[in-house]
Write a protein that binds this ligand. Structure first.
Ligand code: ATP
Length: 485
């Protein structure tokens, strides 16, 4: 374990790192982040003993750095510097083998079979084995970085210090290198301290993160603690948008340009047109959208919203792919489209606008269902669908998006109740149908709206717009069924 205790250091008597204290533990990856010139490299140089501490102390397993001989230090500490060292015209294998030098014994200082095994292993895990006989001078920046990491690992150090290890690496090698490191850290009880500029890499791989600013330690904590903190935004003087990572329980950090480019024209509004078997609602620019739709599920940015009529007996082993193909055939871009299907007649669409909300709703209630009794019904005869598209002017928070969905759902249930739509199997009033779908799209321009519950202006508008649009659509449906029977 490294203990940095009130350590200060710098150059020519000027402190560039001021009273920094932290511990880097065995089996943990500690990240150092901070803006350019904040003292990260200086701190790492102090830990390797390249720069003395002007004040305070740095110890490795209880022994001060200054008390180690250079040979002892070379065995236990390995460094991957920011700017790859000049290795003349050695082959890759020779460079990696240099990492074993502190272990060579005897007057002739020859490599043993154990040294050769370690060199082979680390070349394999860093993916440079195939370059073994190539000259290091002929490698790309990324390949060279991996060779130098192999050399550092060949040293089998207790402490590995890395200065921007993912510099020069393409995405796949960034992940491979960090995965390799993480595995080594856990399996070999290695202590790793890495300077990282990429906050997402730091968030994904570090156990602890240290934030430096103008030589001082501003904060120290786990990725979740660090990425939520205002101090991070203040230090980088940049607005950060932090979300949950889609597949890892880690924060994901998104940057946004500080100057708005191509400010959309808010005066244009959403248009709706029937195009053959689908309704196309076209927004004038990309709207942030939360939806349960087959295409564009979850949060996405979309300007095209498709409500496609399909026959009642529509069946497809991969409906998503089939729908995506359909969207492409219609010459829409599937990654900016929200797409829902319905067996209901799209001509029966109900449309209602209330203040900053417009709702487009189609409804088929042939399979209306009481959600509280659905568990009693093992199967449902056929899908019946209420598709709701909501368009909102305003900047919605994620909570407001979710509340908008709740409010829309409650208004839908009320509209069904008031028209006496029943769950034929349960013999109770229906709350929806079995395959309903909803999308909430917002301009994300103008005032931030934090809530969309029924106590708020937005919630009230959503409730009324959905109720009216659905009631209209049900009336059209009743007329049509009445006309037909
Ligand atoms: N050899 C040196 N002599 C004098 N000053 C130096 C020396 N090396 C760095 N500095 C200064 O020390 C301060 C901290 O530099 P350092 O390299 O530690 O920052 P850093 O956080 O690693 O920056 P970056 O993210 O740009 O790599 C800077 O003001 C820098 O100009």
């Amino acid at each position: 374990m490294i203990v940095v205790n009130n350590a200060s250091g710098g150059y020519d008597g000027t402190k560039k790192v001021n009273s920094v204290s932290f511990q880097a533990k065995k089996g943990k990856l500690t990240g150092i982040i901070g803006p350019n010139g904040s003292g990260k490299t200086t701190l790492v140089k102090m830990i390797t003993g390249q720069l003395p501490c002007m004040e305070g102390s740095i110890t490795i397993d209880g022994t001060a750095i200054s008390d180690f001989s250079s040979k002892e230090l070379a065995k236990i500490v390995a460094v991957l510097p920011q700017h790859g060292e000049n290795s003349f015209d050695f082959s890759v294998q020779e460079v990696v083998a240099l990492g074993r030098y502190p272990y060579y014994k005897g007057l002739l200082k020859r490599a043993t079979s154990e040294d050769e095994r370690v060199v082979r292993d680390v070349m394999n895990i860093t993916g440079v084995a195939h370059l073994a006989s190539q000259s290091i001078a002929s490698l790309s920046g990324g390949e060279r970085q991996r060779v130098l990491l192999a050399k550092a690992l060949a040293q089998e150090p207790q402490l590995l210090l890395l200065d921007e290890p993912t510099n020069h690496l393409d995405l796949s090698y960034q992940v491979k290198l960090m995965d390799t490191l993480k595995e080594r850290v856990q399996q070999h009880e290695l202590t790793v301290v890495a300077i990282l500029h990429d906050l997402n890499i730091a968030s994904l791989y570090c156990d602890d993160i240290l934030l430096l600013h103008e030589g001082k330690m501003m904060a120290h904590g786990t990725p979740s603690e660090m990425m939520q903190t205002q101090v991070l935004q203040d230090v980088y003087r940049t607005q950060l948008h932090v979300q949950g990572h889609p597949v890892e329980a880690k924060p994901l950090i998104a940057l946004a340009p500080s100057t708005q480019q191509n400010v959309p024209n808010q005066h244009e509004s959403v248009t709706m047109e029937q195009k053959g078997d689908h309704l196309c609602m076209q927004a004038p620019f990309l709207y942030k959208t939360l939806s349960s739709a087959l295409i564009g599920e979850g949060f996405s940015w979309a300007h095209t919203f498709i409500n496609r009529h399909v026959p009642k007996n529509y069946a497809c082993s991969d409906a998503k792919q089939e729908f995506q193909d359909y969207i492409e055939q219609q010459r829409y871009s599937s990654d900016e489209t929200v797409g829902m299907m319905t067996a209901a007649f799209i001509e029966d669409v109900g449309v209602a606008s209330v203040n900053n909300v417009t709702a487009y709703v189609t409804a088929g209630v042939g399979n209306a269902c009481d959600a509280s009794r659905a568990w009693q019904q093992p199967t449902h005869a056929a899908p019946g669908t209420i598709n709701m598209f909501l368009f909102i002017e305003g900047t919605l928070t994620d909570a407001a998006f979710l509340q908008a969905m709740m409010t829309a759902t409650e208004a839908k249930s009320a509209a069904l109740r008031d028209r006496g739509v029943r769950d034929e199997q349960a013999q109770t009033l229906a709350t929806g149908t079995t395959t309903d779908c909803v999308s909430v799209a917002a301009t994300q321009q103008g005032k931030t709206i934090h809530y969309a519950g029924t106590a708020t202006a937005l919630g009230k508008a959503i409730g009324k717009a959905v109720y009216e649009a659905l009631t209209q659509s049900l009336a059209h449906y009743d007329q049509r069924v009445g006309t037909r029977s």
